[in-house]
Design a binder for this molecule. Structure first.
Ligand SMILES: Cc1cc2nc3c(=O)[nH]c(=O)nc-3n(C[C@H](O)[C@H](O)[C@H](O)COP(=O)(O)OP(=O)(O)OC[C@H]3O[C@@H](n4cnc5c(N)ncnc54)[C@H](O)[C@@H]3O)c2cc1C
Length: 283
């Protein structure tokens, strides 16, 4: 619970919500599913603004872009029929393994972004899909998820994430999520998501994101740029991904040591790339 909570608001307009969040005398924060905020027991929170009446839930698939409303629950995402087909179901798989059904029924896309778990499967998948985040404070700002994750709380201070969007490509591509957890339903210790776009036998675009190897999920930009524009070579991709993993200095915690995380990064990164490539070719 939030021990010093004195106000609960459920505005029906965005301007009303932003007015409440702009107050400086009463520390006011957005409330989405509450699955991270409420157990945080943050003593500084005095008021919450429930975002559920702002019409921010829902998934839209346009010709070239997909939009995930910030209040879309992880379960809605996991059950979305187009998401189940697009990019080999990368997003639906990530949403499903991210949390148990009870949590998925209330936890939202926006809340997951701000919580910014360092091994969050959904964040790894969204990074691999080149997602962008739209935040509304006084004006509307859209920024790359990679940039947003540098300081989620700072980017949303006094504002509201309204949606996440990513390219909805109609050209050959493949994607994969590979994760290591103590048991399959546990939170990931280390994970990797890859997204590969083909152009003939060439690798037109490569995205590789990893979780559990740094204080936040990261993109392996050097691996991506080394592979893009080349003919695919499984052994080369594996070598480049392993070299990248070897350069990491992951944090240690109760769940895994730094050394274990580095070793596992060298397993999941090449595997995700190889699976994404094979799927792009229809294997
Ligand atoms: C039992 C349990 C297991 C969990 N397992 C996992 C796991 O495996 N992986 C994982 O990543 N997380 C896990 N979590 C953490 C949490 O459930 C997720 O991070 C969740 O997705 C948060 O979403 P929410 O909608 O509940 O956010 P909330 O708790 O409502 O909010 C989280 C933060 O985001 C802010 N916020 C929410 N929505 C917006 C918005 N639209 N705009 C601006 N700010 C916003 C809030 O003010 C708050 O600071 C777990 C939690 C529990 C209780």
């Amino acid at each position: 619970m939030l021990p010093n909570l004195i106000e609960y608001h459920r505005p029906t307009t965005m301007s009303g919500a932003l007015r409440l969040l702009a107050r400086r005398k009463v520390r006011t924060v957005p409330l989405a599913g509450g699955t991270a905020l409420v157990p945080s027991r943050d003593p500084s929170v005095e008021a919450v603004v429930d975002l559920s009446a702002l019409n921010l839930a829902g998934i839209q698939w346009h010709a070239q872009q997909a939009h995930l409303g910030a209040m879309t629950t992880l379960q809605t995402l996991a059950s979305d029929e187009i998401a189940q087909r697009y990019a080999n179901g990368l997003l639906t798989e990530a949403a499903r393994v991210c949390a148990t059904r009870h949590i998925r029924n209330v936890a939202t896309v926006g809340g997951t972004l701000v919580a910014g778990d360092a091994a969050c499967d959904l964040l790894v998948a969204l990074l691999a899909l080149d997602a962008r985040v739209t935040v509304r404070i006084r004006r509307i700002r859209t920024l790359a998820l990679d940039e947003f994750l540098n300081a989620p709380s700072a980017y949303v201070d006094g504002g509201i994430i309204t949606r996440v969007n990513f390219p909805y490509l109609q050209i050959p591509h493949g994607a994969a999520l590979v994760r290591i957890a103590r048991a399959p339903s546990d939170a990931a210790i280390v994970n990797a998501a890859a997204f590969v776009v083909l152009d003939g036998g060439m690798c037109k675009q490569v995205r590789l994101a990893l979780g559990g190897v740094a204080p936040r999920v990261i993109r392996a930009a050097s691996v991506e740029s080394e592979l893009e524009g080349r003919a695919w070579d499984d052994a080369l991709a594996a070598r480049i991904a392993e070299q990248f993993a070897a350069s990491l200095t992951p944090p240690s915690d109760a769940r895994a040591s730094s050394e274990y995380r580095r070793e596992m990064a060298a397993v999941v990164a090449p595997r995700a790339l190889q699976q994404a490539w094979a799927r792009a070719q229809g294997d």
